[in-house]
Design a protein around this ligand. Structure first.
Ligand code: ZN
Length: 133
């Protein structure tokens, strides 16, 4: 498998509109738009920083994964995403190497990306997302 770069850092927030002010008005980073991913019960907002992006995540439902994350850990960094060349191939390879996967098959992420999550039990407590676009 080939990891190309850090794609983005996912940050769980209670309210995107509120958090957005820090990234745009104070830090001066452009905001490239919001997108709701219904199946993950989340709205995302992207802020490009050099080769990577900050992804703010706001839950759209009280039982969504981001709502649950904030409930137990509070707002903050929720995942780190690496861009890979070929996601299917990467998942097969990692599975063969004994890495626990949350997603055995790619699913649809924001921005038309194919994504899959690795289990934090296999990655020293970090929720790792692999992304291909
Ligand atoms: Zn992400």
């Amino acid at each position: 498998m080939k990891i190309l770069k850090v794609d983005h850092i996912g940050i769980a927030v209670n309210n995107i509109e509120e958090a957005k002010k820090l990234y745009t008005d104070i830090l001066g980073i452009p905001h490239t738009g919001n997108e709701t991913v219904a199946e993950q019960k989340v709205t995302t907002a992207f802020f490009p920083v050099g080769e990577a992006e900050v992804e703010l995540l706001e839950s759209t439902a009280p039982d969504g994964p981001i709502a649950k994350f904030i409930e137990t850990k509070g707002p903050g960094i929720q995942h780190i995403a690496f861009r890979v060349e070929n996601l299917e191939q990467a998942l097969e390879e990692l599975k063969a190497k004994g890495v626990r996967l949350i997603d055995e098959k790619p699913r649809k992420g924001a921005g038309g990306a194919k994504i899959a999550f690795l289990h934090p039990k296999s990655t020293f407590g970090v929720l790792v997302e692999l992304s291909e676009r």
